[in-house]
Ligand binder design. Structure first.
Ligand code: NAD
Length: 521
């Protein structure tokens, strides 16, 4: 099913003139209630929005890094001053528990601060010394000029981190930004955009458009760079569409992250980490722990500890009192996928040592589930589950664990638990963009280092230096310090002038004295 088609309706009353207007219904997954109906932006409206922010981008770029940080700093302050409101909206549209939702404002503030402090280092003008003596009279500079308008298309699992979070380095780089948030979670971002324009009064270089695939496609058609986060299925469509206009893309796609537990691991820490890394945000994280390989001597004890930890998790609606650890599934499509993976595994001989079923309504909940007796013929060990489900397999040794960990079309991230040195050695051999040793998920909060997927988990990076550089094009500036009326390489071509040029070029580029002097035939 096309993502979100279930949420889209046609409303003949909403447009005011009786004409049909497409709308999206936003639900509260914790209760199943429809909480808001939003008009969909047509391709024409998307083009108009992009054109409007494009018109203001040159002034934004001209403000410089400090000038732009001034406004982004105001946004950071607004985020802290309005934290409760942000979290309330987020919980309403995602069904997250409060603790999971509260990661988002802090992350956003840290990204504003990080790129505010580092932008000059990462995208400031570079002076380059010519490596060739033939260019000694030239001054070489590289300047990083922003892609004028960046389009961001984002998923529903972290409605602000994965939309605004990617917009922040783009804005800091001098781009204008238009975001199409997920149709399941459009409300929180719309509030931030409104605040940017009205409460903060910042320059009109940041906006959002609402809708599903057609709106996303129109955004791809109109912008200069696409930052997409979502499934690899949609990522392929976005890349194909962008190819039509030769628009560069950065794709952050799905994952099937492995965790390896070595026999010498601290099994309490490993089990607690597996529980949190697998169930946090109801397992709806691209980097969730989805499959675990445990060395034989540690297997029984690890599974017992993990089962106890996961079995004790409280699930359900959570106002703001931290009444639960595991919240709802945000997308109604996803809960069907989770159920399918679990049923497929159980039918093929797996056992649920805890959980295993969808929770009867109201609300979209799936029990925190640990499956054992699983193998790689099952969807739950191969395809992205993206829910509160983890499969655990016993392995002979670290080599078998590595072979299975790398037996995946995904390569987003992974983790290894064990004695520090041994665990690090194993971690360095996992085929993925980031590995955590004796921890899980934490690399996402280490914004100093890049995060990006290998294999079918993506193309490009967020965070670190590449996380802002990707929003820029390099413009090399070659400046002549001195020169006469003409260069020796220019017209007219005469035997004498070409001879001098040739001999000089050979003297500089050849190796060995005789060759430099042209004395060898
Ligand atoms: P999705 O691919 O269904 O949708 C993502 C976005 O694309 C939505 O905004 C959707 O409306 C839009 N879209 C749908 N069809 C489109 C089209 N034809 N053209 C343009 N845009 C279109 O993904 P989802 O279900 O929202 O999110 C879950 C997926 O996201 C999982 O696979 C998860 O692993 C991945 N994800 C990846 C990362 C990462 O950083 N690598 C982070 C979070 C989520």
């Amino acid at each position: 099913m096309e993502s979100g088609t279930a949420a889209k309706t046609t409303d003949t009353s909403a447009s005011g003139d009786g004409a049909a207007m497409e709308t999206i219904d936003v639900r509260n997954p914790a209760t199943g209630e429809t909480i808001e109906r939003l008009p969909v932006d047509s391709p024409t409206q998307v083009a108009e929005t992009v054109a409007r922010v494009r018109a203001n981008q040159a002034d934004w770029e001209a403000m410089g890094i400090e000038g732009r940080y001034h406004w982004l700093g105001k946004l950071r302050d607004w985020i802290f001053d309005n934290q409760d409101r942000i979290l309330d909206t987020m919980q309403r549209e995602t069904g997250k528990v409060r603790a999971d939702a509260s990661n988002e404002p802090v992350y956003l503030a840290s990204i504003i601060n990080f790129y505010g402090a580092k932008a000059a280092k990462f995208i400031g003008e570079e002076a380059v010394r010519p490596s060739s003596a033939l260019l000694a009279s030239k001054k070489l500079r590289v300047q990083y000029r922003p892609h004028p308008v960046v389009g961001i298309i984002s998923p529903w699992n972290f409605p602000l981190i994965l939309s605004l979070g990617d917009a922040l380095p783009a804005l800091q780089a001098g781009c204008a930004v238009v975001i199409k948030p997920s149709e399941f979670t459009p409300l929180g971002l719309a509030e931030v955009v409104e605040a940017w324009k009205q409460e903060i009064g910042a320059p009109d270089v940041f906006d959002c458009v609402q809708g599903i695939g057609e709106t996303g496609g129109a955004l791809v058609d109109n912008v200069d760079f696409v930052q997409f986060t979502g499934s690899d299925r949609t990522g392929r469509k976005v890349m194909a569409r962008a190819a039509e206009t030769l628009t560069p893309v950065s794709l952050e796609l799905g994952g099937k992250d492995p965790m390896i537990v070595l026999a010498d691991a601290d099994l309490d820490r490993a089990a607690n980490a597996a529980a949190w890394g697998g169930m946090m945000n109801s397992g709806q994280i691209c980097m969730s722990v989805e499959r675990i390989y445990v060395e034989e001597p540690a297997y029984e004890e690890f599974v017992a500890k993990l089962t106890k930890e996961v079995g004790a998790l409280r699930q359900g609606p959570d106002a703001s009192g931290h009444d639960a650890e595991v919240g709802a599934m945000t997308s109604p499509n996803q809960i069907g996928i989770v159920e399918d993976h679990v049923d497929d595994a159980l039918a093929a001989g797996a056992r649920a040592v805890t959980g295993g079923k969808r929770v009867p309504g109201p609300g979209d909940y799936f029990e925190p589930t640990i499956l054992v007796d699983v193998d790689h013929s099952m969807k739950v060990m191969r395809d992205e589950t993206f829910g509160p489900v983890v499969g655990v397999m016993k392995v002979r040794d670290a080599e078998e664990a590595l072979r299975l960990a790398n037996d995946s079309r995904y390569g987003l991230s992974g983790s290894v638990f064990g004695e520090k040195q041994r665990a690090e050695g194993v971690a360095r051999r996992i085929e993925c963009g980031a590995v955590n040793v004796n921890d899980v998920l934490v690399n996402y909060f280490a914004s100093d280092v890049p995060m990006g997927g290998w294999k079918e988990s993506g193309i490009g990076y967020r965070h670190g230096e590449p996380g802002i550089k990707k929003y820029c094009r390099t413009e090399s500036v070659v400046i002549t310090r001195m020169g006469g009326k003409r260069e020796p390489t220019w017209y007219p071509y005469t035997k004498g002038r070409r001879g001098i040029v040739g001999r000089l070029a050979q003297a500089v580029n050849a190796r060995g004295l005789k060759r430099r002097l042209g004395l060898r035939s």
